[in-house]
Design a protein around this ligand. Structure first.
Ligand code: ADP
Ligand code: MG
Length: 307
């Protein structure tokens, strides 16, 4: 299996409802997601990420296009394609009367996992809910509910795990627990697809990234190539105190950081660091220390989703 998921010409228009007009949420998406990767799906609010994920999960009907999951066309082999994927949704939707253990058993039943093949206890341990196994779901904290949703996505041991904004609004401990689990599952061979608002997180976690905006893929690249796309570097200088700056070479911009250091951004394709340093030295600016910073995903994202 080389592609875990193939999406061809995927479109979705939500029908008009009362005063709300019809909404074209996806406009012909083509996207292949390689097996074994941690794939990031990024985009501003309303870009269509959840719509796409919910179509993959079989929760939303597409308007047009073709979706192949683990080699199974969703329309031709709906059962097999559903069995290959587990989705942790963005919304905290769960039955308040089920205990975590019961939720997992019910979910396993829905997926037709035979009793002997269930791994309820391991899953509870994996997400750190062993102590709450028999507590009512409504008594669980928000973080615990999220962990239960992760476990639910895994009951049928899917090849592909999809996480829709798994760390939005969760505390740092839960975030770390999630990423540790995600990395471990990926090392065991599971393909991971995630959406996140935290670009730094995507930068650290994802092998490849697609950015979608207004229902279209604007870029899809491996993370390193994507990061090298913007022509921006920043030189951060410790000048030992306030200084008067000489005019900088064209393309360079200066700013004083809150910590008092002088940050100069410049396009490395047109300007070299030593050209800037020469100008500063020539004007007698003391330079006690120099560091450089590469453009990060945030810069790339802003550039590509600018309207
Ligand atoms: P994202 O997850 O990237 O924030 P969504 O897929 O949730 O984006 O939404 C994409 C667009 O589709 C938005 O304009 C949103 O308002 C609209 N939308 C999402 N779900 C529905 C729905 N059930 N009915 C009507 N419009 C919807
Ligand atoms: Mg969403």
């Amino acid at each position: 299996m080389s592609d875990a998921i193939r999406i061809q010409g995927l479109s979705k228009t939500y029908a008009a409802q009362g005063p709300a007009p019809a909404k074209e949420a996806l406009k012909g998406i083509d996207l292949d997601i390689p097996a074994g990767s941690i794939f990031g799906l990024l985009g501003p609010n309303g870009a269509g990420k959840s719509t796409m994920i919910n179509i993959l999960a079989g929760l939303v009907n597409k308007t047009a296009g073709r979706v192949t999951i683990w080699g199974f066309d969703q329309d031709v082999n709906p059962r097999q394609s559903r069995a290959a994927i587990g989705v942790m949704p963005q919304e905290l939707n769960m039955d308040p009367f089920f205990t975590p253990r019961a939720s997992l058993e019910v979910q396993a039943g829905l997926y037709g996992v035979p009793k002997a093949e269930r791994w309820t206890d391991e899953l509870l341990a994996l997400v750190g809910l062993t102590d709450q196994a028999n507590a009512y779901a409504r008594s669980l904290s928000g973080g615990m509910k999220r962990r239960l949703l992760l476990a639910k996505a895994l009951v049928h041991r899917p090849h592909i795990l999809v996480l829709d904004e798994p760390t939005a609004g969760v505390d740092i401990t839960l975030r770390e627990m999630l990423w540790k689990n995600v990395r471990r599952l990926n090392e065991q061979g599971m393909t991971i697809i995630l959406t996140t608002h935290y670009l730094e997180e995507a930068e650290q976690m994802c092998d490849e990234i697609a950015i979608i905006n207004h229902g279209q893929v604007v870029v899809r690249q491996d993370t390193q190539t994507l990061l090298s796309r913007t022509d921006g570097k920043t030189m951060v200088l410790d000048t030992g105190g306030p200084v008067t700056l000489p005019p900088l070479p064209p393309g360079a911009r200066s700013e004083i950081r809150p910590d008092g250091r002088l940050a100069i951004s410049y396009p490395p394709s047109r300007l070299r660091a030593d050209q800037i340093l020469d100008v500063l030295r020539g004007a007698g600016v003391p330079i006690l220390d120099v560091a450089t910073e590469q453009a990060d995903l945030e810069d790339v994202f802003v550039e590509l989703t600018r309207d």
